[in-house]
Write a protein that binds this ligand. Structure first.
Ligand SMILES: Nc1nc2c(ncn2[C@@H]2O[C@H](COP(=O)(O)OP(=O)(O)OP(=O)(O)O)[C@@H](O)[C@H]2O)c(=O)[nH]1
Length: 387
């Protein structure tokens, strides 16, 4: 059997610490969800404190009524925090507000009796069930922790329903027994589960923040493709996959022709829109395993794992043709754009992405030198001029 005072003491301290941690996160992130999660943890600790005062204070309004209100407030604040959290779907919480108001009034009339605990158990069972539902509708990067938190909430809810039934049986005179031992076990489990949920929640939120920061750092704002940093990180990760070992890897390096003229003639904003337009072509052509990036001002790179030089060349040709086949429109002006591309290829492991890029760059230079609006896959200028 668990030693109840130890469980209460530990869960009191842990909830208080996690609550303070959330408040400090809110202090610099200024996201109301963190403030609310912090208050939820502190409300739980406070409820424990009020309930423990029963040992020294015979004042049921504080030790029963207020303790029950705070214990209900804790899962309610978690729901409110999840609702405010930016990854959640919109929720209609009005029925919950009314239910809590109604519960506060009901508790006011029954708080000196064991019915108060029964009502509280029933309400928090429902609130934990609803929390599990909300978490299940949210997208989190840490899927294992998400499942663990849902499980915690579901078990918690189940235990609270069982507690409601055990408390209801003697009240409704359906049983002579008072089920003290199982109720004590449920209380310990309730405290442990609430603490486990409080520990899992920051981990879950931090994983999403981490993921968001990483994707911001690796994404080009204008084109919404990877930036240079993202291209190398994602590229290296992809090439290390067993799936691509000893396979042909190709790289297309693409540069907009005479782009300076677009800026000079129509303005920088037109140039920006043109970059977005080209990026859209890249995105719509390379939808699968390819890694597309804007690695410089008007320069794009596409890494094609498991793709031969001739297939990469065909892909580059298709892209070049689709860009030059119809104009890009800016404020009613039709602007004809074209691109030049250099393509390089290797067997995965024989060259680094940097080396592939350098080879593609040499070929891109040849494409520019010999007239632009073309794709080059080899190094000799003489061959190119004969063609
Ligand atoms: N609007 C806009 N222009 C950019 C951006 N990044 C780079 N540029 C411009 O892109 C132009 C690149 O010019 P150049 O390197 O001379 O090349 P180019 O005019 O495209 O000529 P070629 O590449 O030789 O065909 C410069 O004028 C840059 O200012 C950007 O994010 N937005």
């Amino acid at each position: 059997m668990l030693h109840l005072p130890t469980v209460i003491g530990l869960s009191f301290i842990l909830n208080l610490l996690i609550g303070l941690f959330f408040l400090s996160v809110h202090n610099y992130k200024k996201q109301s969800a963190f403030l609310i999660f912090g208050l939820a943890c502190i409300a739980f600790s406070f409820a424990e404190l009020l309930a423990c005062l029963k040992l020294i204070l015979n004042f049921p309004f504080i030790t029963s009524y207020l303790a029950n209100i705070f214990i209900i407030l804790s899962p309610f604040l978690i729901i409110l925090g999840l609702h405010k959290y930016k990854y959640s779907k919109p929720l209609n919480l009005r029925p919950i507000y009314y239910l809590l108001l109604f519960t506060a009034v009901v508790l006011l009339s029954v708080y000196p009796y064991s019915a108060a605990q029964m009502v509280t158990s029933f309400i928090i069972a429902g609130l934990y069930l609803f929390s599990a539902y909300i978490i299940s509708t949210m997208s989190f990067v840490a899927t294992l922790q998400k499942k663990a938190l849902i499980t915690c909430f579901l078990i918690h809810s189940l235990l609270m329903f069982v507690q409601t039934v055990l408390l209801a049986l003697p009240i409704l005179s359906l049983s002579e027994t008072t089920y003290l031992e199982p109720l004590e076990l449920i209380l310990s489990s309730h405290l442990i589960l609430a603490t486990c949920s409080a520990l899992l929640l920051p981990y879950l939120l931090a994983s999403n923040t981490e993921h968001t920061l990483a994707s911001i750092a690796n994404t080009d704002v204008l084109s919404q493709l990877f930036n240079r940093r993202g291209f190398f990180i994602k590229g290296k990760n992809a090439l290390s996959l067993p799936l691509y070992q000893n396979k042909n890897i190709s790289l297309i390096l693409l540069d907009i022709d005479f782009f300076k003229r677009v800026n000079d003639t129509y303005g920088h904003e037109a140039g920006d829109q043109a970059i977005k337009w080209i990026a859209q072509h890249v995105k719509s052509q390379f939808l699968n395993e390819e890694i597309s990036a804007r690695i410089g001002g008007e320069e794009f790179a596409i890494l094609l794992p498991n793709c031969s030089l001739s297939d990469a060349r065909n892909n580059a040709e298709e892209l070049r043709e689709s860009i030059s086949s119809y104009p890009f429109y800016y404020e009613g002006h039709g602007i004809n754009l074209s691109v030049s591309a250099g393509v390089s290829s290797t067997i995965n492991g024989e060259q680094t992405i940097k080396e592939l890029l350098a080879n593609a760059d040499k070929r891109l230079y040849l494409a520019k030198e010999t007239g632009r609006d073309k794709v080059v896959t080899y190094d000799e200028k003489s061959l190119l001029l004969q063609a």
